[in-house]
Ligand binder design. Structure first.
Ligand SMILES: Cc1cc2nc3c(=O)[nH]c(=O)nc-3n(C[C@H](O)[C@H](O)[C@H](O)COP(=O)(O)OP(=O)(O)OC[C@H]3O[C@@H](n4cnc5c(N)ncnc54)[C@H](O)[C@@H]3O)c2cc1C
Length: 485
């Protein structure tokens, strides 16, 4: 089957019967539910976007694993250095249009690498099962999958086996033909719109944590899987003028419960091999954070464009000194992040399983930098666009024929634009910087792909500071005689 179109994806949801709750109630039709509207639209429009002429050549490719045409960012195992560069380019472009690109290819690739390590260390044959799963995805329209990595973790200072009441996902029974798992995973982005759930461990584990070292893929409507979804940040009504981005894009996040779920043997990719759990986090910290650098660069592009447009409709623009400086800062932050995504690709290393892993020092430094500026950019958006982004009348007020003439007169700005155009521009900034979506963008930037402290941990671990100390000692003639050259 060829890659889904948006409509085929919508139709495909009718064949599934997952157990999903929204606002405390079980829902029976994911595609039709008003609070899942943006989620379904986000995924469906993503399938349509990659078929557009300017995207198609880069965004759709033939998989060396299955021989099928696949969406690069969703399904590809990144086995060429060039993949990292094309991925960064597309990620920046798409996230500037719709905030979240969808980066399943990273998840499939890091899991591929961890499974390769398990097989190499234990003589198992999980990779051929995993390959079969990927081929199944590629030959069935490339349906989306939910990435279940993050465990609840409980008390952060204790490993899962020492929690008073562990809630992390774990093996509770080994049976002929499969295993039974229980526990939870958090933060399942777009989860209710998925066809499959892919579970992997989220941290380093010890021998006593072996039952928490588990990875598998199962259909989302497997008995015992329950998703408790938090509605999308955008409005549930069609208010495109008021919320131009969030009424169409972004989606639900979910708490995914596994209540004695049976996983058949052919879908298990890790089963107790605790030694390799840490590898997944390491690979994730390289490959996925490279995408995050490019993704955040796309957000800087979007911020810069929206800020410049707001300044323009207000009658100002890049000629106004403080506005020009602030927008330039946004641009420079984006270029820094993107430069790190590309630089890390250039100095990537090939994992023995074939996946190219970007330079972790560069991506973690880049991501930490770009993240730490996001708050300032939001401040700049408020500053440049002005107070109206928090106080202006709503779209419904504008659509009321009695109120419109008054609003039209009161909210005029640059005479080259109509009041409606000005409101549209300011509403985009409102959507980005003064709405519930703002919180989601912040969450995506600060926490998704691991907290900022984890960037610093990677850099401290890998950077050869001793070499620099020795050099400094040498230059300062401390202990070591200076070379006379
Ligand atoms: C919008 C969004 C989308 C996401 N999508 C997904 C997804 O699709 N799938 C998925 O699996 N995950 C997803 N995540 C999860 C994301 O990876 C985590 O939020 C992130 O790793 C932080 O983990 P946490 O939320 O448990 O916070 P915590 O780990 O509790 O972190 C809170 C603070 O405590 C610190 N901390 C925690 N433990 C320690 C320790 N032992 N020692 C010192 N400091 C510590 C952290 O550094 C941080 O400062 C998403 C998150 C967000 C916000």
């Amino acid at each position: 089957m060829t890659i889904f179109t948006g409509d085929q994806y919508r139709e495909s949801l009718k064949e599934l019967s997952p157990e999903i709750y929204v606002r405390g109630e079980r829902i029976d039709d994911v595609a039709a539910h008003p609070l899942l509207r943006q989620t379904v639209n986000h995924i469906a429009s993503g399938y349509d976007l990659i078929s557009e002429p300017e995207m198609r050549d880069r965004a759709i490719m033939r998989s060396p694993i299955s021989g099928e045409e696949i969406p690069r960012l969703l399904m590809h195992i990144q086995q060429e250095k060039e993949d990292l560069i094309i991925k960064a380019e597309l990620t920046r472009e798409i996230s500037a249009q719709r905030i979240c690109t969808g980066c399943g290819s990273n998840m499939l690739s890091v899991t591929w690498s961890m499974i390769h390590d398990i097989d190499a260390a234990h003589g198992t044959d999980y990779l051929s099962r995993y390959r079969d799963f990927i081929v199944r995805l590629h030959t069935s329209g490339c349906p989306p999958f939910a990435w279940c990595m993050m465990d609840p973790k409980g008390d952060r200072m204790l490993p899962p086996s020492r929690q008073k009441e562990p809630s992390d996902l774990r093996i509770v029974e080994r049976k002929p033909g499969g295993i039974v798992v229980s526990g939870a995973k958090l933060h399942t982005t777009l989860g209710p719109g998925a066809h499959y759930v892919v579970a992997v461990p989220c941290r380093a584990l010890g021998r006593e944590d072996a039952n928490f070292a588990v990875s598998f893929a199962v259909p989302i409507d497997t008995k015992g899987i329950r998703m408790i979804a938090r509605p999308s940040p955008g409005p549930s009504r069609d208010v495109f003028m008021e919320s131009p981005l969030s009424s169409r894009f972004l989606g639900v996040e979910a708490l995914t419960i596994f209540d004695n779920v049976f996983v058949p043997e052919e879908n298990i990719f890790m089963c107790g091999e605790w030694e390799q759990a840490v590898n997944l986090s390491l690979y994730f910290a390289s490959l996925h954070r490279q995408s995050k650098c490019a993704c955040s660069a796309g957000h800087c592009d979007l911020f810069a464009g929206a800020a410049a447009l707001a300044a323009e409709v207000n009658g100002l623009g890049m000629k106004t000194g403080h506005i020009r400086d602030k927008i330039t800062e946004m641009i420079m932050n984006g270029e820094t992040g993107y430069g790190c995504a590309l630089g890390a690709a250039v100095s990537a290393r090939r994992h023995p399983g074939g996946v190219w892993l970007p330079d972790p020092l560069i991506v973690n430094s880049g991501l930490n930098t770009i993240r730490s500026n996001i708050g300032k950019h939001l401040e700049y958006l408020h500053d440049i666009a002005g107070g109206l982004i928090t106080t202006m009348p709503t779209e419904a007020d504008w659509n009321n024929p009695v109120l419109r003439p008054f609003i039209d007169k009161a909210l005029r700005g640059n005479a080259r634009y109509t009041t409606e155009e000005r409101l549209r521009a300011l509403n985009l900034v409102q959507d980005l910087a003064a709405s519930r979506t703002t919180g989601t963008i912040l969450g995506f930037t600060i926490n998704a792909a691991g907290s900022p402290a984890t960037n610093q941990v990677v850099v401290r671990r890998l950077y050869d500071l001793q070499k620099q100390i020795d050099r400094a000692r040498q230059i300062a003639s401390i202990g070591i005689p200076i070379r006379k050259e």
